[in-house]
Design a protein around this ligand. Structure first.
Ligand SMILES: O=C(O)CCC(=O)C(=O)O
Length: 242
């Protein structure tokens, strides 16, 4: 029988229709919006995944990424989202899974900028134990036109493909066959989990409202210690690691 766990291990991603109730989502939205609006406190953790806009008249953040929001607002760690996602991560990959880092990714209204196809592991140092689970939580209703997640089911071995930097900075991307890609629309409080080697993407937001996602990344405690020993705390600049 296929369970969420067997599907995650086989295909590299799963969809959980309702991780959080609407009242739990409301608590997160209030914290999320306050962090997003605070450009001063978030300056060292904030970037635009769409890259640098050279034209000063067009300088609008399109895909705002804020790393480690819980370092600014530690109460986030006590919310049900972090607890529930942590339990799922342990169920999917083992009791030694712990939160490595969190991040916010907001697609602003009418900015029509895709997050290109990539594998998260391309951003990370290589590690002896490659288990990882990333929980992408929708704080808005998400669908193709505002940037829901798309995934390509894992293939055998699932190697990290060569990634490149976009010419204007911002996100990494890779070339891949997208014929098997599946889009995952969600209601607020729904989430997906994906493995660090799973290819994923989202279309640009062409709607009049924002698309807020909170993302929690889990990996084995020993690998988190291994990263920290090498100075990797996921607050710094994005660059290709592999
Ligand atoms: O939110 C997005 O558009 C992309 C998210 C993503 O790439 C990730 O969570 O790894």
């Amino acid at each position: 029988m296929e369970t969420n766990k067997t599907k995650f291990l086989k295909e590299g991603y799963i969809r959980i229709e309702s991780l959080l109730s609407l009242s739990e989502v409301d608590v997160l939205r209030a914290i999320y919006d306050a962090i997003l609006q605070d450009k001063v406190k978030t300056a060292h953790l904030r970037s635009d995944l769409a890259g640098t806009e050279m034209n000063p008249h067009k300088k609008v953040e399109r895909i705002t990424q804020i790393m480690r929001p819980s370092s600014l607002v530690p109460e986030l760690l006590k919310t049900s989202a972090y607890k529930k996602a942590g339990l799922w991560a342990k169920d999917l990959l083992g009791e030694d899974m712990e939160l490595d880092f969190d991040m916010m990714i907001n697609k602003a209204p009418n900015t029509n900028t895709p997050t290109p196809w990539h594998q998260d592991a391309a951003y990370w140092i290589s590690m002896p134990d490659q288990r990882s689970a990333s929980c992408w939580i929708a704080l808005d209703k998400v669908f193709k036109e505002n940037g829901c997640m798309w995934f390509i089911p894992k293939t055998v071995g699932n190697p990290i493909l060569p990634h490149k930097n976009m010419p204007n900075g911002g996100a990494l991307f890779c070339e891949t066959d997208t014929s098997q890609a599946e889009s995952i629309p969600l209601l607020p409080g729904g989430c997906t989990f994906h493995d660090g080697h799973t290819l994923h993407f989202s279309q640009g937001n062409t709607t009049d409202t924002q698309r807020r996602a909170l993302i929690l990344n889990f990996r084995p405690k020993k690998m988190i210690d291994y990263e920290r020993e090498q100075g990797v705390d996921h607050t710094g600049e994005r660059k290709q690691r592999n």
